[in-house]
Design a protein around this ligand. Structure first.
Ligand SMILES: Cc1cc2nc3c(=O)[nH]c(=O)nc-3n(C[C@H](O)[C@H](O)[C@H](O)COP(=O)(O)OP(=O)(O)OC[C@H]3O[C@@H](n4cnc5c(N)ncnc54)[C@H](O)[C@@H]3O)c2cc1C
Length: 402
């Protein structure tokens, strides 16, 4: 079998790339290790930057997003028992965020691809990429019990943090940057109308909490916990009591409802450089991870594949490789802006397990400064809505390679 672009992974990065390439007349085959049902119900991100929305709409995947996405013009920041509002749109010349679940994006993109009859294979096994340093890279895999080989012009590694594509880059070429955090998030999806109009980030003596949502009927709620926390120790009643203790402010009552899903996620920062080796291009979580506090992971994945699709289309049209050559460096400028912002939000909002009194005072001072100083609030807002990330792509000053 042959195709122009072999895409490993049917998460947001792989599916969006396939759709963007299709619009440019470039053929691709998407290979996914999990079942369709699994990828459509894997609950993760839900805060979209305007640039992400624009890409999805431009790719023809925006019909339901435009109808059901909830536009937010601000976020809440709660500390010292008081809730403050950061007016994102006012501080960024009108930019906003849109609340729409990652599961819904994935469902929309899968439906479009399958309706068009384009190749998307679920439950493939033993995926391996070969010869990425040559001009005939290959992907081998097993599908429905039969070994397959796919010859491509290019391979896109969109297979997430635990995928196989990054391993195809020789260790001597790859530089990895890590930061592990002593925090986890216990995430809960509850059929309860969000009493909070906007997303609220809470720094409390009992630990961090986040009030978010997926729809007018569904709340998405998080509690800081240990990274190795046993979710079995958290019966629903304990979750609601702990949430109420952490998010309480005068005049606010959390709405309770049936909990449909709960799970613990550890937190890390990670970057792999470069994001390209020969004819293999990494995108999304395959190349970088951010702690979820900045709501950047999904947005970075979409930003990567937007650049990659443009570069591939340009190359296919005229044989020019300039954009492909610039891909890794351009992505990494934005990635590092998001890494810094996500680390900063994480450090400012979580309660360290050792709770050094000096660190806690610094944290509170930083939070007070954000809500007192328009410049500080604007910096948070520009990063949160993605204006700072977009600007980083063309910021002056060379990026120092690792
Ligand atoms: C609890 C949680 C909350 C989050 N909240 C936010 C948020 O609010 N905002 C935000 O922007 N981001 C958030 N994120 C991050 C966001 O979900 C990820 O950054 C996003 O999923 C990245 O998309 P991706 O396509 O790069 O990778 P993935 O979504 O991981 O997709 C990779 C795909 O590749 C498949 N795959 C893996 N190995 C192979 C293989 N060998 N062969 C074939 N297929 C393979 C996987 O099954 C998967 O379907 C959150 C993440 C978590 C875990």
């Amino acid at each position: 079998m042959r195709t122009q672009v072999g895409i490993v992974g049917a998460g947001p990065a792989g599916l969006t790339l396939a759709q963007l390439l299709r619009a440019e007349g470039v053929e691709s085959v998407v290979l996914e290790a999990r079942s369709r049902d699994y990828v459509e119900h894997r609950i993760r991100a839900g805060v979209l930057e305007q640039g992400t929305v624009d890409t999805l709409v431009g790719a023809g995947a925006g019909e339901r997003l435009r109808r059901e996405g909830i536009v937010h013009h601000g976020i809440g920041l709660q500390f010292g028992g008081e809730r403050h509002r950061v007016p994102l749109s006012q501080l960024t010349g009108g930019a906003a965020i849109v609340i729409y679940g990652q599961t819904e994006i994935v469902k929309d993109l899968i439906a479009i691809r399958l309706d068009a009859g384009d190749p998307l294979h679920f439950e493939v096994e033993d995926v391996a990429v070969h010869d990425v340093e040559s001009d005939r890279p290959r992907i081998t895999y097993v599908h429905e019990g039969r070994p397959q080989e796919l010859e491509c012009d290019l391979v896109a590694g969109c297979d997430g943090f635990h995928g196989v594509c990054r391993e195809a880059i020789p260790a001597a070429v790859l530089t990895e940057f890590w930061r592990e955090y002593p925090y986890g998030w216990l995430g809960v999806l509850a059929h309860a109308a969000p009493a909070h109009g906007e997303v609220v980030y809470c720094n409390t003596e009992r630990g961090f909490a986040l009030l978010s949502l997926r729809s007018p009927e569904v709340s998405r709620l998080y509690l800081q916990c240990r990274p190795d926390e046993d979710v079995g120790e958290w019966p629903d009643e304990r979750i609601w009591e702990e949430l109420e203790a952490r998010v309480a402010v005068p005049g606010y009552t959390l709405n309770r409802g049936p909990i449909a899903e709960k799970g613990v996620t550890g937190m890390r920062s990670y970057v792999a450089e470069p994001m390209r080796h020969g004819r293999l291009f990494l995108a999304g979580d395959a190349a970088h991870i951010v702690p979820p506090t900045g709501a950047k992971g999904l947005n970075l994945a979409i930003s990567d594949v937007t650049l990659l699709a443009e570069a591939i289309a340009d190359w296919h049209r005229g044989g020019k490789a300039a954009l492909l050559d610039a891909y890794s460096d351009a992505c990494l400028r934005r990635v590092w802006r998001a890494e810094h912002f996500s680390w900063w939000m994480t450090s400012m909002l979580h309660r360290p397990p050792d709770a050094d009194p000096f660190d806690l005072q610094l944290q509170q001072s930083q939070l007070r400064y954000v809500v007192q100083s328009e410049a500080q609030a604007r910096s948070l807002a520009e990063n949160y809505v993605g204006v700072a990330g977009a600007a980083a792509l063309t910021a002056p000053g060379a990026r120092t390679p690792a």
